[in-house]
Design a binder for this molecule. Sequence first.
Ligand code: GMT
Length: 375
Amino acid sequence: MNIGFLCSPSYGGSGVVASELARQLARRGHNIHVFAYELPFRLHHFEANLFFHEVEVLDYPLFRYPPYLLALSAKIIDVARSAQLDLIHAHYAIPHTPAAYLAKQMLAKERRLPILTTLHGTDINLVGNDPQFYEITRFSLEASDGVTAVSWSLARETKEIFNLADLPRVIPNFADFEEYCPASNPCLRARFARPEEKVLLHISNFRPVKRVEDVVRVFARVNEQVPSRLLLVGDGPEKCAAAHMAEALGVRERVIFLGRQDSVAEIFALADLFLLPSAKESFGLVALEAMACQVPVIASETGGLPEVVEHGLTGYLAPVGDVETMAGFAVHLLTHPEAYDEMARRGREEALHRFQAEPVVDTYEQYYREILNRP
Ligand code: GMT
């Protein structure tokens, strides 16, 4: 098949999932054409059958806001003709699905170009739920030939918010278990923590939904009982608030900001625990990657996280904002090595069992064929 992939290239789960899926499909022999305003950060290595199309927006003084959606549509039309695209797979509804829809309508007289939209979370509950974008998101769902959600929680939420007749089809995310695997790097770890100290890790885009201040609150409580360091990976609007919180709680010198990093798999090798106290998380891909690396996860009981982390078995979940309980779970694990080892082992085992790439890629492939075979 010749498939067009629309995704966000910046740091974030939806771009990672789109890039990994594109790579897997290309390895199966499909021609995958990725469209974005820059090369997605996970697609920096050459892959045969994978093509990148940079969407350049005309910089004209009349345009106060560059018309990205139109530039993307124009690019899709161009590539659909030259590469004989069979289908468009839009990751993240806005602005990708409306752009694909415009291209589809403009090409209607010469070819079919069905659209599959994969919802990732904030496209529905933040952007799509905003009064300004509600109608256009609803239209995008109806105009798609297929809609998938990355968790049951997101599928149910989408049906409810948009009052849909049917649930979107659930196709979960997956991890690359060869890249994300248990490892230790004592030399590198020694650069951040003393041997007797534990290392807590958080990775995100530091948006308000991630509650990075809660990460610091949990860490400060843990550090009172178990001397520790906190590694913060990523960047975004809440970074300053996190630094101020660390200052206020007297742990600033124990918190290390590593900024944006491409190779997070290597960073998991430094960590004892992963913290994800988000207000909302439709799936929590980074929690799955931590589990794959045998790093136990302590997260909020919200959205799709309970579908990834099984409370008490492969990690611990607590209500959003309950930093006391999260810190209690962390201290328990860090002071009970047998319970820790068991949870770390089970985390990878369950992740391997439930979130392998192969069956997920099979399911997407079947859905593409189902859509293409419709009259
Ligand atoms: O977490 C973010 O803010 C980024 C966002 C994105 O669109 O890239 O992530 C969403 O999609 C990921 C991949 O499906 C999910 O693992 C994340 O849970 C989801 N984020 C939220 O729901 C907040």
